[in-house]
Design a protein around this ligand. Structure first.
Ligand SMILES: *[C@@H]1O[C@H](CO)[C@@H](O)[C@H](O)[C@H]1NC(C)=O
Ligand SMILES: *[C@@H]1O[C@H](CO)[C@@H](O)[C@H](O)[C@H]1NC(C)=O
Length: 591
């Protein structure tokens, strides 16, 4: 259940099976339902925050920040040049490629194949995209027959994969690959349009009322670079949850432990990348949905600044908290995909005034000229507020390493009113989701949603117009607090999640699950980036005592993607040795 963070108290915090069905029935009965929701909101001080407090700030309906200073030592990418040119520029920001490093088979430490490994293999004619496509198709068949199934995809078509791979193979034969991304396999979350696949948002019916006529803008940018789209990745239904539980298409299994959740809502994209099936995937992030599953699956996930990419063709294209973001196994692959999809929409340029997208030049990284000058903000009490100290310890160790290796300064900060920020976020994302779903749900489709989604929608319906405006006043206040903090520090650091991958209760598979304890821990650190539009990245830093991945989150200044990418790349290098091969992993390039 998306609901709220740490402090949400409800009459029934963990429900599966019959109890969840009964609860949904109750919250949808007019009088009883509004009584329950009033109780929930009272317990969580929502009335106190939204209705009983005079908030002096004016509402801020989208996160519009004053123009920002240019980051130091970065390469500027023009928004309006062709995606292939942006990707070429990104390539020139990477350290020189050493084929020997990765062509060592079962390497120790474990390394994923990178996009540049595929590109090298295609250009040296070691393998063709069509050969790789066959490896992916047979791996997906094998995974579908597994018990339990991995449930990675909502839509997968072997025929379509072969067709796109054949076209890419021809381009290589003719000596005309479109870019470094040509022949690179990607999965697209099921809430982003990608032809010829339907967009279902992992519901059972959305494609019946909403047809896909063209690619989402970010997908068409990737397609123009030669990317092959293997299909539509599974997700928490309509993105309204953080575990990836999905009774419609099966709950996606974590490649590191199939008894555990991947985290959500971009469950399929993260698991597909973690299991080695695709180099990268696109997810959406309105409440941590790219960063949470990336953290739980041990891969890298970037949430860019709100407005950085054009959202046209995503289900949530009219919201104010959500972005489309890349998930990949390394920071450099995230950079390549990010370069291809970045570029704001003309409408956002009027109000948000984006600084141009920038990338760190990682090939001049050895001199680490700007790494040592980075000041990292840590709110210790919040940082340590995790389920197991394994997480906060791991993340603190990395900060100490950054300080001893590169000279980064760790500065104590305090972020006020985090509970108020959570409240403002749930009212914003809830009201916006409800608004975009209402026309489709009005004609009876609402009852075809999962119980988990229906519980959330019942809460969202209880918000008033004045609650929404009050939430926007809080948004302005929290933006001010963060700008003040960013005068003292360059990047705010937290664990990405307060908990590693939770177990999947067997009783949740057929009818879903509502578990506020778990979603509180999963969402603990992610909300600021959504409500305030800030860029943030999750990067793997190791494993807990059960062998489950732990992620570190870096939150940057508005439009400051380059700084968090640079630091993420340094963190990745420091932690590379502790990376582990997932239990479910396919060596797609080598096989
Ligand atoms: C990054 O730095 C290297 C080494 O200083 C330089 O050769 C390269 O051109 C730079 N990349 C870009 C895109 O400016
Ligand atoms: C993780 O927790 C276990 C048991 O609580 C402990 O033995 C181990 O040292 C911890 N590791 C870290 C990195 O904190």
């Amino acid at each position: 259940m998306l609901l709220i963070g740490k402090c949400l108290r409800v009459p029934a915090p963990h429900l599966t099976g019959f109890a969840l069905k009964l609860f949904v029935w109750l919250v949808e009965v007019p009088l009883i339902g509004s009584f329950i929701m009033s109780y929930v909101k009272k317990q969580n001080k929502m009335f106190e925050i939204l209705r009983k407090t005079k908030i002096p700030e004016a509402p801020m309906f989208k996160p519009e920040f004053p123009p920002q200073e240019m980051e130091a030592g970065v390469v500027v990418i023009e928004e309006d040049i062709r995606p292939t040119d942006r990707v070429d520029l990104a390539l020139k920001c990477l350290p020189s490629y050493d084929p020997a490093r990765c062509w060592t088979g079962d390497s120790v430490p474990f390394l994923y194949w990178k996009i540049r490994d595929y590109a090298h293999a295609y250009r040296s004619r070691l393998v063709t995209p069509s050969m790789v496509a066959e490896n992916i198709i047979s791996a997906v068949e094998e995974l579908n027959n597994k018990k339990p199934p991995m449930a990675l995809f909502v839509t997968f078509s072997a025929e379509e994969v072969r067709k796109q791979a054949a076209a890419s193979t021809r381009r290589f034969e003719e000596g005309n690959p479109l870019s470094i991304l040509d022949g690179i396999f990607m999965a697209i979350k099921d809430d982003i349009d990608c032809c010829p696949y339907p967009t279902k948002g992992a519901t059972t019916w959305l494609h019946e009322v909403r047809t896909v006529e063209k690619d989402a803008v970010s997908v068409s940018r990737l397609r123009s670079c030669g990317v092959i789209f293997v299909g539509k990745a599974n997700m928490h239904e309509l993105g309204l949850g953080t575990t990836g539980n999905n009774p419609n298409y099966g709950t996606t299994r974590n490649p590191h432990d199939v008894e555990r959740y991947t985290g959500g809502s971009s469950s399929g994209p993260a698991a597909i990348v973690a299991s080695g099936l695709c180099s990268a995937a696109l997810g959406t992030d309105g409440g941590g949905s790219v960063r949470i599953p990336s953290s739980l699956c041990g891969v890298v996930g970037l949430k860019s600044t709100y407005g950085r990419t054009d959202m046209k063709g995503a289900l949530c294209d009219s919201g104010t908290v959500e972005i489309i973001g890349p998930i990949a196994s390394t920071v450099e692959d995230v950079m390549l995909v990010y370069a291809a999809i970045s570029g704001s929409s003309p409408a956002d340029r009027i109000s948000l005034k984006p600084s141009p997208p920038c990338l760190p030049n990682l090939s001049s990284y050895d001199s680490s000229f700007s790494l040592g000058s980075l000041r990292l903000g840590k709110y210790t009490e919040w940082f340590n507020d995790v389920y197991s100290t394994n997480i906060s310890n791991k993340c603190s160790d990395v900060l100490n390493l950054l300080s001893t290796t590169h000279g980064c300064e760790i500065i104590d900060i305090v972020i006020p009113e985090i509970h108020e920020m959570r409240t403002a976020h749930v009212v914003s994302i809830g009201s916006e989701s409800l608004c975009s779903l209402t026309p489709d749900c009005e004609d009876g489709k609402g009852t075809k949603l999962t119980h988990d989604t229906r519980t959330n929608l019942a809460l969202f319906r209880s918000f008033s117009a004045s609650d929404y405006v009050a939430a926007q006043c809080l948004r302005r206040r929290m933006m001010y607090y963060h700008l003040e903090i960013f005068k003292k520090v360059d990047i705010i650091v937290t664990p990405t999640t307060g908990m590693t991958a939770p177990m999947i209760p067997p009783s949740s598979l057929s009818s879903g699950e509502t578990n506020l304890h778990v979603s509180g821990y999963l969402m603990r650190f992610v909300i600021a980036a959504n409500l305030l539009g800030l860029p943030a990245i999750s990067v793997p830093v190791g494993h807990d005592k059960q062998g489950l991945p732990v992620g570190l989150q870096l939150i940057g200044r508005p439009w400051g993607e380059a700084s968090i990418l640079r630091l993420a790349s340094a963190v990745e290098e420091l932690c590379e040795k502790s990376r582990k091969k997932p239990a479910i992993f396919y060596d797609i390039l080598k096989k």
